[in-house]
Design a protein. Structure first.
Length: 148
């Protein structure tokens, strides 16, 4: 059995005795292609959220991805004071935020990843995507936006 994850945080969350064979970094479309190359024709179990957007699974042949929902993503909207900049990490973050309030005109809006950017584009025209998925890429983008 081999185990693959997307991102260092997921790899670090695994128990120390569980070896991680693949750590996807960056754009999920690129990760999907890298993962597809790695697994060849093997069948793969994907433990997912009930709100998974299935980016990696959709790149695989029919029947190659075995999916099991193991957790749910709940929206917990809260009213956020108006800010100069907003950083969203997932489409569900966007959905939760806009269910409670609107993004102010002129606010700087950053998305962590293309799927989050697509969700934001439904609500604002000025969202940008973070440099990459890493913490340093996210912080670099935030500082760049705040200091522009």
């Amino acid at each position: 059995m081999k185990i693959g994850v997307i991102g260092n945080a997921s790899a670090e969350a695994a128990p120390p005795h569980i070896p991680i064979d693949f750590i996807g970094q960056g754009d999920t479309q690129q990760v999907a292609q890298q993962f597809k190359s790695l697994i060849g024709e093997s069948k793969v179990l994907f433990p997912t959220s009930d709100r998974s957007i299935r980016t990696v699974q959709e790149q695989l042949a029919e029947g190659q991805a075995l999916e099991q929902t193991i957790y749910t993503t709940s929206l917990h909207p809260v009213n956020i004071p108006e800010c100069d900049a907003y950083f969203f990490t997932s489409p569900s973050n966007v959905e939760s935020f806009v269910s409670q309030q609107q993004l102010p005109e002129g606010a700087k809006v950053i998305a962590k990843g293309k799927s989050t950017l697509r969700a934001l584009n439904e609500h604002t025209k000025n969202a940008i995507v973070a440099l990459n998925y890493s913490a340093s890429g996210s912080w670099s983008t935030i500082f760049s936006v705040l200091h522009s």
